[in-house]
Design a protein. Structure first.
Length: 368
């Protein structure tokens, strides 16, 4: 395959079938749109349980945009239902699997732990088992057309770094002290994927996402929930008295990076003992420029006024409340994404001013 912007793909997505979990989610739906734009011949089979963790209208709108694509198939269901996953693999024989289905949110994991165990652990186990058995036919007969899953890409999270003091966060850092159940499930995904890569030679790549934002995002994310509150005239709480930094990463940058990662899987090879060296990798995918939360809020305010979401005379100071750190939160997230740049020639390009402007314009069109 030919070189693409600094890296050589080893997975051709042309005319391939991608199984995309969490397809109605923020990242999943944008990834599907990007794939259809970049690789028109790709077929996408998407699954989503369409739960009401946040406004289902957003998920329905995202699906409507995808429904016009002739190569798109949507299945409503949960990845925690093993029979559904087995049927999808039997019927569609996916070449690439991207697992973005997960119960998200650090704070929600404190009050609703069951949802995280079901989706993030049991659901991911079902995906791994299906990938494992995708090779059964070719083991029995090397001449069969379907050779099994070429690459499993799955969402991890910057939350695995917990309260690490060393910044920027590197994938070489130890991540053994999660501060939320959500973070623990994401670290567990990485460990499970490593075990399955070692045992069954499944090429897998985990992506630790850093604070993804943008239009039609998740309403529980700060920039979105703050906008809702300001529009209603409510106060917004600014945690840790504003002494927080986040490595905000715009959605278009995220999905561009994921598409690149999908196209190059870790190499299958044997070690000195004759056993497979796990074809396994984990990368950070973040903006690489942590923003002070107060500066981010100021930019958000300016863009909301510019877009006409809020009036120019809006008294922002009267609607701010500085509060302490919330359970499960961390003061700083900061990605060292140099490995992703080295291996895939990828660096995020969109800064917070441009990203929040696009969000504010979308918010005005969607809600007002």
């Amino acid at each position: 395959m030919s070189k693409i912007d600094g890296f050589v793909p080893n997975v051709d997505l042309q005319n391939k079938t991608v199984f995309l979990t969490g397809v109605a989610g923020f990242i999943g739906s944008n990834l599907a749109k990007r794939l259809f734009a970049d690789v028109p011949s790709v077929k996408i089979v998407g699954i989503d349980n369409m739960n009401d963790y946040y406004d289902v209208r957003l998920k329905e709108t995202r699906l409507e945009e995808l429904s016009t694509q002739p190569n798109f198939t949507f299945i409503k269901g949960s990845i925690a239902d093993k029979s559904i996953i087995e049927k999808i693999f039997a019927d569609y024989k996916p070449d690439v699997v991207v697992n973005l289905a997960a119960q998200a949110g650090v704070r929600y994991s404190i009050t609703n732990p069951d949802a995280y165990i079901e989706s993030n652990l049991l659901g991911f186990y079902n995906i791994l088992e299906a990938c494992r058995h995708s090779y059964d036919a070719v083991k029995a007969d090397k001449n069969v057309e379907y050779k099994g899953v070429e690459h499993l890409v799955y969402a991890s999270s910057s939350s695995v770094y917990g309260g690490n003091k060393k910044v920027p966060f590197s994938t070489d850092d130890k991540v053994e002290n999660p501060v939320s159940l959500y973070a623990a499930t994401k670290k567990s995904n990485e460990l499970m994927a490593h075990a399955y890569s070692k045992l069954y030679n499944i090429p897998s790549t985990g992506l630790r996402f850093f604070t993804v934002y943008g239009p039609a995002g998740r309403p529980d994310m700060f920039y979105f929930s703050a906008t809702h509150k300001l529009v209603k005239g409510d106060s917004i709480q600014i945690f840790n008295y504003g002494n927080c930094k986040r490595d905000f990463t715009y959605i278009d940058d995220i999905v561009k990076g994921v598409v690149r990662v999908m196209q190059r899987a870790p190499e299958k090879k044997n070690g000195e003992d004759g056993l497979p060296v796990p074809p396994y990798a984990v990368y950070n995918i973040g903006g690489g420029t942590p923003e002070n939360l107060l500066d981010y809020i100021t930019t958000l305010q300016e863009e909301l006024v510019r877009a006409g979401v809020l009036p120019e005379e809006y008294d922002f100071d009267a609607h701010k409340e500085l509060v302490g750190m919330q359970p499960g939160d961390v003061p700083v997230t900061y990605a060292d994404s140099s490995a992703l740049e080295r291996d895939y020639g990828f660096t995020p390009k969109i800064g917070i001013r441009e990203g929040l402007r696009k969000f504010a314009e979308w918010y005005k069109a969607f809600y007002m």
